[in-house]
Design a protein. Structure first.
Length: 134
């Protein structure tokens, strides 16, 4: 059984979309194995988004991600990492397609409602980061 780290970002909670998004995850056949509400800070975001810290928009990502609580989840199931990336949708707004979570609910690249690990290795690191260590 594969597992992945999913984070419902502040806009998902502010817009009261958590229930709808969790339903999509469950409809796919995945299990919510664990969940916790967290308030992220810049230090953990510099780790989590280490591939983006040098981008000019990194301060905007930090401001967005600390703007409210997030809901971190461990999601389990067959091919959970890739399967979740498929139902989440593309990173860039111009590539997003309808029928995905981002395609149906987000309207720009930044405020895109949900994070999903991009590999099995990232998933284990992120589960350690958001569940084991805190
Ligand atoms: O979230 P995902 O793995 O699809 O994309 P990422 O490249 O790891 O980027 C992390 C997050 O940074 C995205 O989900 C967006 O919220 C934000 N981002 C952005 O605001 N502008 C970009 N050009 C790329 C990413
Ligand atoms: Mg990513």
């Amino acid at each position: 059984m594969e597992r992945t780290c999913i984070i419902l970002k502040p806009d998902a909670l502010k817009r009261r979309l958590a229930g709808k998004i969790i339903s999509r995850i469950e409809d796919k056949g995945y299990i919510i194995a664990d969940a916790r509400m967290l308030r992220l800070d810049e230090a953990i975001l510099r780790e989590h988004y280490s591939h983006l810290v040098d981008k000019p928009f990194f301060p905007d990502i930090v401001a967005y991600m600390v703007s409210g609580p997030v809901l971190a989840m461990i999601v389990e199931g067959e091919n959970a990492v890739l399967g979740m990336r498929q139902i989440i949708g593309a990173t860039h707004f111009e590539d997003v397609t309808a029928g995905t979570i981002r395609g149906d609910y987000a309207f720009n690249t930044e405020q895109n409602l949900i994070h999903g690990s991009d590999s099995k290795e990232s998933a284990e690191l992120e589960i350690e980061r958001f569940f084991a260590r805190r």
